[in-house]
Design a protein around this ligand. Structure first.
Ligand SMILES: [Zn+2]
Length: 98
């Protein structure tokens, strides 16, 4: 997911529009849209994603259990979410490898 935000660019010396590139919940890259300077970049995106995914997998049973106890109606959306998970993970991986 790419989000635009106005940030201070040290290369341009003023506030400019930047693109923030998220992969999953991790910030992958911040790039100035005026001069293309990369302010911050995760140069090992696959390793970062694997680490994030490991945490998501370990905590998933607890998050599902909490959701089922606090929002019982959410059980109806569980099966479609489980079924679409491989596609969503593949989309995130494709976004990393671009
Ligand atoms: Zn700039």
């Amino acid at each position: 997911m790419k989000v635009k935000s106005s940030l201070m660019c040290q290369n341009c010396g003023r506030q400019t529009s930047h693109e923030l590139h998220y992969v999953g919940s991790s910030l992958h890259e911040i790039r100035c849209l005026q001069c293309s300077t990369e302010t911050w970049g995760h140069h090992h995106p696959v390793a970062g994603y694997v680490g994030e995914m490991r945490g998501r997998i370990v905590t998933k049973p607890w998050r599902v259990l909490r959701e089922m106890t606090t929002e019982p109606a959410a059980i109806r959306s569980l099966l479609p979410r489980v079924a679409s998970k491989p596609v969503r993970v593949a989309s995130e991986l494709i976004e990393i490898l671009r």
